[in-house]
Write a protein that binds this ligand. Structure first.
Ligand SMILES: *Cc1c(COP(=O)(O)O)cnc(C)c1O
Length: 302
């Protein structure tokens, strides 16, 4: 097995908020230094199965935006497995600017080839996928964000005996693979809440195709739009780190936790509830976010 099951499952840390509910975070961000958080588990079976069958001309191809945690994770997989990777990146303008983008620069250092395409071409990436698979028959092509049936199976690994006593399981939602796995494999009495950081009207439908259960509820947490960094959220992230010594990212986990705090203050959860939030990683994106904030003369993420 190339991606291994860590000897110890991710730490569950209490967030001491002095309210009438108990709040915890499960630190999937700590399980691997480069292949962080939910991306590790989403890639777990896909990558292990592919490498097990020892393709003659191995190549992993995937898709993502300029700050993609998934691109970062796949490049790290390629680097440590010693196999070539190709990242298809949204935005042709990045062709000349990738050196200034820490996510893309580090993917390059990991040996990933980057191909930049227009937003219009990116929207039709399914066509490109068919073409690429013909061109590279041995290649493993992983969809954007890594979401597929095996990714959902991999998320099962985030659940164990320690996660069973919680009433609520919370996760940030991008493409929906993570919440689908939590929904499918959690206990019958547990409620799953997804914090949507991206506006996508078809998300509920997509998730329903990946889980057989209807135990999940989605709430908006985009705080101004996907990937948009919100000053109020930066303050929240910085206070959170100061108070609880847990770093959050500005695209997923920071937005989720701000919304969770708002929901606790609005008494959404009944008194005595035990809430577990998954820290799905994404911290590699902080450096790029800070470069952008610095240019705009705004407060930085500490
Ligand atoms: C990708 C990602 C998510 C969203 O996962 P999906 O399975 O795409 O919904 C959440 N948090 C972080 C940090 C991520 O990188």
């Amino acid at each position: 097995m190339f991606l291994k099951i860590p000897e110890e499952s991710a730490l569950i840390q209490e967030i001491d908020i002095h309210k009438n509910v108990k709040l915890f975070m499960k630190r999937e961000d700590l399980i691997h230094p480069q292949i962080s958080g939910n991306k590790y588990w989403k890639l777990f079976f896909t990558v292990n199965n592919y490498l097990e069958y020892k393709p003659e001309n191995p190549l992993i191809i995937t898709f993502g935006g300029a700050y993609s945690n998934h691109i970062s994770a796949v490049s790290a997989v390629g680097h440590s497995a010693g196999i070539p990777t190709l990242g298809i990146i949204r935005g042709e303008e990045l062709e000349k600017k990738w050196k200034d983008n820490p996510t893309l620069a580090s993917a390059k250092r990991n040996g990933m080839n980057l191909k930049f395409i227009t937003r219009e071409e990116y929207r039709h990436k399914e066509k490109l996928t068919v073409f690429l698979q013909q061109e590279f028959p041995d290649a493993l092509i992983i969809p954007e964000g890594g979401t597929n049936k095996s990714a959902v199976m991999g998320i099962k690994m985030m659940l164990n005996t320690h996660t069973k006593d919680f009433d609520y399981l919370c996760t940030a939602v991008g493409t929906g693979g993570t919440i689908a796995g939590i929904s499918e494999f959690c206990e019958e009495n547990q409620k799953v809440i997804g914090f949507k950081v991206v506006e996508d009207a078809s998300l509920e439908q997509k998730i329903s195709e990946l889980t057989s259960k209807r135990n999940f509820y989605l709430t908006d947490a985009d705080l101004g739009g996907y990937g948009k960094i919100n000053d109020d959220n930066i303050r929240f992230i910085n206070d959170f780190k100061t108070n609880f010594e847990i770093p959050l990212d500005p695209v997923y986990t920071g937005k989720m936790m701000q919304k969770v705090f708002e929901m606790i203050d609005a008494d959404y959860f009944s008194a005595g509830s035990k809430i577990l939030c998954f820290h799905t990683g994404g911290l590699q994106g902080v450096e790029g976010a800070n470069l952008l904030l610095e240019k705009q003369n705004r407060d930085l993420i500490i």
